[in-house]
Design a binder for this molecule. Structure first.
Ligand SMILES: Nc1ncnc2c1ncn2[C@@H]1O[C@H](COP(=O)(O)OP(=O)(O)O)[C@@H](O)[C@H]1O
Ligand SMILES: [Mg+2]
Length: 292
């Protein structure tokens, strides 16, 4: 079947939840933010947890829902790791934005009297830059709320984290990935058999961005009807058969066989780190049945 025509839009953007209530599996933060939408009270926020679990989507959704399209630009400042966020930017751009007085709201949106500064991938900011934020946060807390987003909370300095309501985003469960992936397949006219769906869950490891990116990549390359093998090849994961035959060769105890298996793997050009992690996983999970 012909590959699906490439479109410029990334599906991770196209299928981002637009509203906080559409963020799945992160009930605690959804509840807090739903309250904030009703009351207009919002604490400083810290979202942390593994990639592809909804942190950025949640921050963008609450900001859009609070201010609507018209006020968004003047009330929300989004900065991520690709923006310069060194100490000078903290002292100038962030401080200037924080210092501006808030104007009137617009009808149809809560428009509470503060601005939001989203610092995505905040764990990549230097400690100096983070320290410089302390003052800004203190001085302008009446008219500004910060939303820090990171993978590793331990990389954010305590004076910042202690001012925030902290929410840990959990890896998504297989059934949640599946239902979202099936929804996207319906929207995009793809068919994915159940084996392919299981494989996609497996290789995505609870990361929805990865699941959606692999799906789009596979659709571009292989067309609208996708098999488990298509997903495996796009994900860079090595097929289980390869891993098992390698382990079997090692278990014969014959050096020549093991060496040949290694040579075959090198010839295929599989990434070493990927092979090693899968070999570890496979030998660990089957160790109960094997005697070494
Ligand atoms: N909890 C979730 N609920 C719904 N969609 C999600 C969720 N987590 C991730 N996604 C999807 O995965 C993609 C990446 O999400 P994102 O919010 O950027 O993740 P993070 O910032 O945690 O790395 C988005 O397209 C979004 O649609
Ligand atoms: Mg993110």
């Amino acid at each position: 079947m012909a590959p699906v025509a490439p479109t410029s839009q990334q599906w991770v953007e196209k299928y981002r939840p637009r509203q906080v209530k559409d963020v799945v599996h992160q009930e605690e933060v959804v509840l807090t933010l739903t309250n904030a939408l009703e009351t207009g009270n919002l604490p400083h926020l810290l979202f942390y947890g593994p990639p592809g679990t909804g942190k950025t989507s949640t921050a963008l959704a609450i900001s859009h829902q609070l201010f609507g399209p018209e006020l968004y630009k003047t009330r929300v400042l989004e900065l991520n790791a690709s923006d310069d966020r060194g100490i000078n930017v903290v002292r100038t751009k962030i401080k200037d934005f924080a210092a501006v007085a808030v104007g009137p709201g617009v009808s149809g949106y809560p428009c509470p009297p503060f601005k939001i500064i989203i610092l995505d991938e905040a764990d990549s900011m230097t400690e100096d830059a983070q320290n410089a934020l302390r003052r800004t946060m203190e001085t302008y807390s009446k008219v500004t709320r910060f939303c820090f987003i990171c993978n590793y909370v331990s990389r954010i300095i305590e004076p910042l984290t202690s001012r925030c309501a902290k929410f840990r985003f959990k890896p998504l469960l297989d059934n949640m990935l599946s239902s979202r992936i099936q929804f996207i397949c319906r929207e995009e006219g793809l068919s994915l058999d159940s084996e392919a769906l299981t494989t996609l869950n497996h290789v995505s490891e609870g990361d929805m961005r990865r699941a959606i990116t692999y799906l789009q990549g596979a659709a571009r390359l292989y067309g609208s009807s996708l098999s488990s093998d298509n997903i495996i090849s796009i994900s860079g994961v090595v097929s289980d058969n390869v891993v098992h035959s390698f382990l079997q060769a090692c278990r014969t105890g014959l050096f020549d066989q093991a060496q040949k298996a290694v040579a075959d793997i090198i010839d295929e050009g599989y990434p070493v780190s990927q092979i090693l992690s899968q070999v570890c996983y496979a030998s660990f999970s089957s160790s109960s049945q094997v005697d070494y």
